[in-house]
Design a protein around this ligand. Structure first.
Ligand SMILES: Nc1ncnc2c1ncn2[C@@H]1O[C@H](COP(=O)(O)OP(=O)(O)O)[C@@H](O)[C@H]1O
Ligand SMILES: [Mg+2]
Length: 454
């Protein structure tokens, strides 16, 4: 039944904007270029990340995790994104911030489990018997609805399909007739009909029909009329995640095929029994050779926000056969593990730390900050005068790189308001006045403390 769910791809990839300039780790072999893939400096961390990418590709990361540790704005998230880019788009990369596990609707462990299962891809191969061709004849016969004489419902359909070499005419029942009606299929469309389920898929308008009947206004690209026999075996490949399969399976339990096809709202909390069955199905298909598991990455940012329960859960989950690679990031040094009075490095329990390869990031030099700002400005299509760039670089040095990067857009809006495309140091100063960095915002709150009612 897997052909029914090709639309289920959403959610899987990064939600980024701040890191859109990053295209990869910028390595040559295992050596980092000074500037590459949109990344500047941070050479050791990037080279370490390059080794991680190889370990992931060679399947040598199972049961292990990576921790990025370093001060704010030193590129931890940026390098994690670069790892995702290096792995390619078929490898799921899921991001979660430590704070996201605290929700009023779902248990912490449920959120973590879903995130982990979104990070495991399954490539399913299915050989199916189909009828495929261009529709050359189509008569949908309707009859009166048994309870409502004013309504007509499809009864059966007579359909002719032609390929370059073959032509067949079928008479099919109400299911296929309603598929055809609901998709507005007409003569000249190329379609496939699944021999088992009767599901009809419209591939597109045939080239011949597009030329003969349609005006140029049709904005879809016509497809050639297929060759070979009308009835054939075809291989379909779908990449879904374990979470997708959980959802499909949970839905088909509660609402049957109907909810699956007509988009019932996704099930929030998934039964562990459903997951067990999905795992079994996947394993069976892997053994049969019709499925392949693609372990992906779960990236948990601000990991010190997880609590002891979440850490124990992660630790146990990493042992399971179908676990993704876990990458964590934190900017905390020695700190309390949330939910306890225990102080631990990075606020992470020792048994979990034991499994980790730790990559540290260090503050940038002035030149590096300048290069990063230049790249970011180009990415956001922002023009900086040389003096404005110097000014922003100062800010990046004194405050954080992230703050300097964030000032680009407000500065541009201020410049435009003054009728200029190019940002001057005055525009940057104005933006600094209007938007605080964290240190200043904390100072302000402290200064006016007495005015707040507690
Ligand atoms: N080495 C780098 N090269 C290019 N851009 C970087 C680099 N390091 C950080 N950035 C950019 O600077 C901003 C802040 O970095 P970020 O990765 O969010 O820091 P962290 O996660 O360590 O707090 C982001 O926009 C990021 O893409
Ligand atoms: Mg970060």
């Amino acid at each position: 039944m897997f052909e029914d769910v090709t639309g289920y791809s959403g959610e899987r990839f990064l939600r980024i904007g701040a890191h859109s300039h990053i295209k990869g780790l910028g390595l040559e072999g295992l050596k980092a270029k000074l500037v590459g893939g949109g990344l500047v400096g941070q050479i050791e961390a990037r080279e370490a990340a390059g080794i991680i990418v190889r370990m992931i590709r060679e399947g040598k990361m199972a049961g292990r995790a990576v921790l990025f540790a370093g001060p704010p704005g030193t590129g931890k998230t940026a390098i994690a994104c670069a790892i995702a880019r290096e792995l390619g788009k078929d490898v799921p990369f899921v991001t979660l911030s430590g704070s996201e596990i605290y929700s009023s609707e779902l248990k912490k462990t449920e959120i973590l489990t879903q995130a982990m299962r979104k990070a495991i891809g399954v490539r399913l191969r299915e050989r199916r018997r189909v009828y495929e061709g261009e529709v050359v004849q189509l008569e949908v016969k309707t009859r009166k609805h048994p309870y409502n004489p004013y309504q007509e419902i499809p009864d059966h359909v007579v359909i002719g399909l032609a390929t370059k070499d073959d032509r067949r005419i079928f008479r099919a029942g109400a299911t296929i007739a309603s598929y055809i009606l609901s998709q507005g299929i007409t003569v000249g469309d190329v379609i496939t009909i699944d021999a088992e389920t009767g599901r009809v898929t419209r591939i597109g308008r045939s080239e011949e029909a597009a030329e003969k009947y349609d005006l140029a206004a049709v904005d879809e690209r016509p497809v050639p009329r297929p060759g070979g026999p009308v009835e054939k075996e075809k291989e379909f490949i779908y990449v879904l995640t374990l979470h997708d399969l959980d959802q499909i399976s949970a839905q088909s339990r509660s609402g049957g095929l109907f909810s699956l096809l007509f988009g019932a709202p996704p099930t929030k909390e998934i039964d562990n029994e459903v997951r067990r069955e999905v795992d079994e199905m996947v394993k069976k298909r892997v053994e049969e050779g019709t499925a392949e598991i693609i372990p992906g990455v779960l990236f948990i940012d601000e990991v010190h926000l997880l609590d002891i329960e979440a850490f124990s859960f992660l630790n146990a989950a990493m042992e399971s056969e179908l676990a993704p690679i876990i990458i964590l990031a934190t900017n905390r040094g020695l700190t309390k593990i949330r939910g306890t009075d225990m102080v631990s490095p990075h606020g992470i329990p020792l048994d979990l730390l034991d499994r980790m390869l730790i990559i540290t990031t260090r503050p940038y030099t002035r030149d590096e900050i300048k290069r990063i700002l230049e790249i970011r400005a180009a990415e956001e299509r922002v023009k900086l005068s040389p003096e404005a760039l110097e000014k922003l670089t100062d800010i990046g040095e004194q405050s954080t790189l992230r703050y300097a990067v964030q000032l680009l857009t407000p500065s541009q809006i201020i410049a435009r308001e003054n009728g200029r495309e190019e940002i001057t140091p005055e525009d940057v100063e104005k933006a600094v006045k209007l938007f605080s960095d964290i240190r200043r915002s904390v100072q302000e709150v402290e200064r006016w403390k007495d005015k707040y009612l507690y």
